[in-house]
Design a protein around this ligand. Structure first.
Ligand SMILES: [Zn+2]
Length: 261
């Protein structure tokens, strides 16, 4: 009889443990494996990288600890998941508590100098922004041609330069500026050998005139991965890296996103 009671107790405890820790609908868990990147995890679950960063209050997406249990949200972030309009009586602490983010992080993300004087009606970010674009080359960047209108160095015709040219001896490693998926790797007209990476939020980065390509279409790469070696292929007057950042297919000035001395 006593043994039977213990059995029942064990079953009850098991059920409580099972349902007591149940996650909200649509949320899954993922145990970070060795060498796994956040981009890869996001890709695996087909959710935006930002959703995972926000759901787990991740500060540095580049260093993610092996063995960490991540919450994988079921749906993509909505405007309300990212932005919050400050209401009368709000404090960073109360906003943080409601949105599961530390008030110090809110202060940092929004660049708030005096947390005591919040401006009612102002929108503030309640999630970590995605990781920024990084430099496609290591060491000091030397710009040999800027973004914008210029006479083309080969044709002499005045035309728009859709990217920035960086000085780079042939064979210099070229790094993914941001994690994403390779959507092109091969020859493309004047670009010569080029790699194009698709990132979250409708951004793509382009790396032209390469001598070697080290990635394949469909491959997921993390930020800082070597995608190829610089060179002088296509229409080019000398070895350099042509680097573009495009938003919804339209080129933007890369200096908007990466700091170039
Ligand atoms: Zn160029």
């Amino acid at each position: 009889m006593k043994r039977r009671l213990i059995h029942i107790l064990i079953v009850v405890l098991f059920v409580v443990a099972l349902f007591g820790t149940a996650l909200p609908a649509g949320v899954q868990q993922h145990l970070v494996q060795k060498g796994e990147t956040l981009s890869e995890i996001a890709q695996k679950y087909e959710v935006p990288l930002k959703s995972i960063i926000q759901a787990n209050s991740i500060k540095s997406a580049h260093r993610i600890r092996t063995g960490r249990m991540l919450r994988i949200p079921g749906e993509s972030l909505t405007f309300e998941d990212i932005w919050y309009k400050i209401q009368p009586g709000d404090t960073l602490f109360s906003i943080g508590r409601r949105h599961n983010i530390e008030w110090r992080d809110l202060q940092r993300i929004n660049g708030i100098s005096s947390p005591r004087s919040l401006q009612v009606g102002k929108m503030i970010r309640i999630s970590e922004p995605g990781p920024d674009f990084g430099k496609p080359l290591r060491g000091r960047l030397v710009v040999t041609s800027k973004y914008g209108y210029r006479p083309h160095p080969v044709t002499g015709r005045y035309q728009h330069h859709a990217g920035i040219d960086f000085r780079a001896a042939t064979g210099t490693s070229v790094y993914a500026s941001k994690g994403g998926r390779i959507i092109f790797a091969g020859r493309k007209g004047g670009y010569g050998k080029i790699v194009v990476i698709e990132h979250e939020d409708n951004f793509t980065t382009w790396y032209g005139h390469l001598s070697r390509i080290r990635v394949k279409v469909g491959q997921i790469v993390s930020q800082g991965k070597v995608i190829g070696l610089s060179g002088n292929t296509g229409i080019s007057t000398g070895p350099h890296l042509h680097f573009e950042i495009r938003y919804k297919g339209r080129s933007e000035n890369p200096t908007k996103y990466i700091t170039i001395p």
